[in-house]
Design a binder for this molecule. Structure first.
Ligand SMILES: Nc1ncnc2c1ncn2[C@@H]1O[C@H](COP(=O)(O)OP(=O)(O)OP(=O)(O)O)[C@@H](O)[C@H]1O
Ligand SMILES: [Mg+2]
Length: 323
């Protein structure tokens, strides 16, 4: 069963000048994780806001758990949880008070709200900080509290909009652990991200979006296969580059590429470890000691580049230069 369905969603801003969604189609199978992967401005937050009834599409249809988001927004809200890109918690209240307040908003009743708040604080390792105002929390703690708030009513369907943006590597790892636990509990999850690794780690299925449209869909493996098989990579000292390129080209059957700065020689191979072994043997016969050698599968970054002509993780500085 499809728990989330979006059909041909169109959303424009600024009197039609900005086309945030341009005929977007998505679906999420019950009990699975779909990652919506795309760069800044691709339309991720817009689609999440439409699916969670916070925003209306100009046209198209969307259903969550079989309920139409436009005709029955209240019913949709009863079965979903949302943790947004910008945490929705109250800065002045403590973590505990925030969760109890959310519980009461969801009509849990004071007693139940307190029980649930304590459960969630424990689960997200926030018990120690529970009685401190949110404004004293770190970024990672805020994201965890925001996620905890979205779980108060044990949602069937959870939407997480860039749950780890702005977290340091440790915070990101922690959040991934928490999300993986949730998924084991059987929730259906739609997660947006601009991090390829995150989609790789967490998602059953990935929808790559760019300028408001899905441009590719599949498992991480399937997407990687689309751009080709394995590549052989060899790093050698400067004086051995020419000979090594000859060897790698001969084994690969394709002209090897060279990254001069890294002294990295690469070529596609179809025979995996056999090719690796042949290259090592030939290098050895030529008296060349490789500094680094390996087989590399294409990354999702390679996939994104092949699909769109630009990488997914555009750095702020680069974007400014482009403008
Ligand atoms: N309220 C608004 N008014 C005008 N334009 C908007 C508005 N909200 C979003 N947009 C535009 O719509 C497009 C999609 O925005 P959206 O926030 O959905 O992208 P996103 O994929 O979530 O990006 P990010 O990774 O930066 O969060 C962008 O071009 C954005 O500038
Ligand atoms: Mg966004």
């Amino acid at each position: 069963m499809k728990t989330v369905i979006a059909e041909n969603l169109v959303k424009t801003y600024d009197k039609g000048k900005v086309r945030a969604l341009d005929g977007l189609n998505l679906d999420v199978e019950e009990g699975t994780v779909l990652s919506v992967l795309g760069p800044n401005g691709a339309g991720k937050t817009t689609v999440v806001r439409i699916l969670t009834t916070l925003l209306r599409a100009d046209s198209g249809n969307a259903q969550v758990a079989g309920i139409d988001v436009v005709n029955n927004p209240e019913k949709v809200r009863e079965v979903i949880g949302l943790s947004g890109q910008y945490a929705a918690v109250d800065e002045i209240l403590t973590g505990y008070d925030n969760l109890v307040m959310f519980g009461e908003l969801y009509h849990l009743g004071k007693k139940q709200a307190v029980v649930r708040a304590n459960e969630l604080l424990e689960r997200f390792s926030l018990t120690e900080a529970a009685k401190r105002p949110i404004k004293t929390y770190s970024g990672g703690m805020r994201r965890r509290l925001d996620l905890a708030a979205s779980l108060i009513v044990k949602p069937k369907v959870l939407f997480l909009d860039e749950p780890t943006t702005g977290l340091d590597p440790r915070g990101r790892q922690e959040m991934w652990g928490v999300i993986q636990e949730l998924v084991k509990g059987g929730v259906t999850l739609l997660l947006t991200t601009q991090y390829l690794e995150e989609a790789d780690q967490l998602a059953d299925d990935i929808a790559v979006i760019d300028t408001g449209k899905v441009i590719a869909r599949g498992t991480s493996d399937a997407l990687k296969k689309q751009v080709g098989g394995e590549r052989l990579e060899v790093v050698v000292e400067q004086q051995h580059i020419a000979k090594t390129m000859e060897i790698v080209s001969a084994v690969s059957g394709h002209t090897a590429g060279l990254d001069e700065g890294l002294r990295l020689i690469t070529a596609p191979v179809s025979t995996g470890s056999v090719a690796l072994f042949e290259v090592l043997k030939s290098l050895d016969s030529a008296g060349i000691h490789a500094l680094d050698v390996g087989l590399k599968r294409p990354s999702l970054d390679d996939v994104f580049l092949a699909l769109t002509g630009h990488t997914a993780e555009v750095k702020v500085e680069e974007k400014e230069v482009k403008k």
